[in-house]
Design a protein around this ligand. Structure first.
Ligand code: NAD
Length: 436
């Protein structure tokens, strides 16, 4: 099949590349000319494990093209995926301005049989809106489908090529069959291809993310309570996780969830409820709990220094909102940096992939270390915000030598308190008694 993907970001680039790799001819389109030029040179604008090799291989084979010319890109396409960003507007609802711009720009060039598919996360009713808009612009009924994306940054290729399920929302069985044949190479392991209405499909994506965010906020809230009641969240987590009705997934306490999806999707689903006269009580609480959780590490650090951060040297390990990505959108590390800088601290950061994105925000207001240990030189404490594998088994003796004081604030519970005690560290984590 000939495919166009409009929006070549984390989702669009992975989608286009994986469809090219399964034998389709794909053009990835974007308005960001620099990004397209980079891709045409074989340089990958984001960090995603395994992506570069696939992009280079498929581009070389002539199956994967990159262009800013949306008209040419969609003209011969059988399927056009929309994968532009849908960031939160000021009121929390999804801002669809990029999506409507794309719909308007591609409408005159679409083949009458082409299927337009929303891969962006869009509010319920957006597919219907695209159908109406395309009919106004083209004078005919166009095929529009919903196909939400469930990939996780950091494991995006694996998730796309071996999805737990594929969800499509269609109005006609024929469109469902086109999408089924496109996904067939990725569903050899009998994982389901679920066909439903566009409205249910659009809702499914929000409900999935909102439930995962709910689990995180829930465990964070009870972790904070554990800390104040001499209970240990690790033990409690084990105690509940073995219950087959509960399980372990997404029940790790931490410094709050971030990224470009959970925060905005929880708010967008809240906005949908609010707009229909329903009070989204749980969703509001999930969001509020997370905003508060992103402050916890900074509060612990401030308390340790008696509320005076000015002149303190603080090392931060981990900036990306999670490991194996360079994405810092809504990352808890950003909240921490804001707090530390507002308090007058000197901050040195290290992240294996995300430092260029953080440098683009903070420039030389903070220092950037070449490695995790370098970040510690002369620091009054270390704060860990992202659970990169590199941080899990560090050289504690070397850390102790480099730090001015053996003090760690661990937002991801990477170490065991008993080991930290035996090594002479002051150690604050989440939901566990501090080692002081
Ligand atoms: N990132 C994820 O992990 C993830 C997972 C599932 C779903 N989603 C959803 O997928 C969508 C895209 O997310 P993302 O993280 O890939 O965003 P992104 O910001 O990385 O990429 C969006 C791209 O769209 C481009 N763009 C904007 N306007 C355009 C236009 N008019 N024409 C062509 N290109 C245009 C931008 O330049 C950018 O490259 C969002 O709705 C998001 O919620 C994201």
């Amino acid at each position: 099949m000939r495919i166009a993907v409009v929006g070549t970001g984390y989702v669009g680039l992975v989608t286009g590349t994986c469809f090219a790799d399964s034998g389709n001819t794909v053009t990835c389109l974007d308005i960001n000319a620099e990004k397209i030029a980079q891709l045409n040179r074989g340089a990958i604008p984001i960090y995603e494990p395994g992506l570069e090799e696939l992009v280079v291989r498929n581009a070389k084979a002539g199956r994967l093209m990159f262009s800013t010319d949306a008209a040419a890109g969609v003209r011969t396409a059988h399927v056009v995926f929309l994968a532009v960003g849908t960031p939160p507007a000021a009121d929390g609802s999804a801002d669809l301005s990029a999506l409507w711009k794309v719909v308007d720009s591609i409408a005159p060039h679409l083949d009458p049989q082409a299927v337009v598919v929303t891969k962006s996360t869009v509010p319920v009713g957006t597919c219907a809106g695209i159908e109406r808009r395309l009919k106004e612009r083209t004078g005919r009924d166009c095929h529009v489908a919903s196909n939400p994306e469930f990939l996780k940054e950091g494991a995006a290729i694996e998730d796309f090529q071996k999805p737990d399920r594929v969800v499509v929302g269609v109005r006609s069985p024929a469109v469902g069959e086109i999408l089924r044949s496109l996904y067939q190479p990725f569903l050899r392991t009998e994982h389901p291809f679920l066909v439903m209405s566009p409205e249910s499909s659009e809702m499914t994506k929000y409900v999935a993310n909102a439930l995962l965010a709910t689990k995180i906020s829930f465990i964070n809230e009870v972790a904070n309570l554990c800390e104040r009641m001499e209970a240990d969240i690790d033990d409690v987590r084990r105690g509940i996780g073995h219950d087959s009705r509960i399980g372990f997934a997404f029940l790790f306490p931490g410094a709050g969830y971030g990224g470009s999806c959970f925060p905005k999707d929880v708010q967008a689903l809240s906005a949908m409820a609010r707009d229909r006269g329903l009070a989204p009580r749980i969703l509001l609480a999930v969001h509020e709990t997370n905003l508060a959780q992103k402050q916890v590490l900074g509060e612990k650090i401030a308390a340790h220094f008696g509320g005076r951060l000015a002149g303190r040297r603080i090392a931060v390990w981990g900036l990306a909102f999670k490991p194996r990505t360079d994405d810092v959108r809504d990352a808890p590390a950003i909240d921490l940096l804001e707090r530390l800088l507002a308090g007058g601290a000197d901050v040195t950061v290290y992240d294996p992939e995300a430092m260029p994105n953080v440098r683009a925000i903070y420039g030389d207001r903070i220092a950037y270390a070449e490695g995790p240990l370098n970040a510690l030189d002369g620091a009054d404490c270390l704060a860990i915000v992202t659970e990169w594998g590199d941080f899990r088994r560090p050289d504690f003796d070397e850390m102790a030598k480099r730090l001015r004081a053996r003090v760690i604030f661990d937002g991801r519970n990477l170490f065991t308190p008993s080991e930290m005690r035996s090594r002479g560290f002051v150690y604050h984590s989440i939901g566990r008694a501090p080692v002081v």
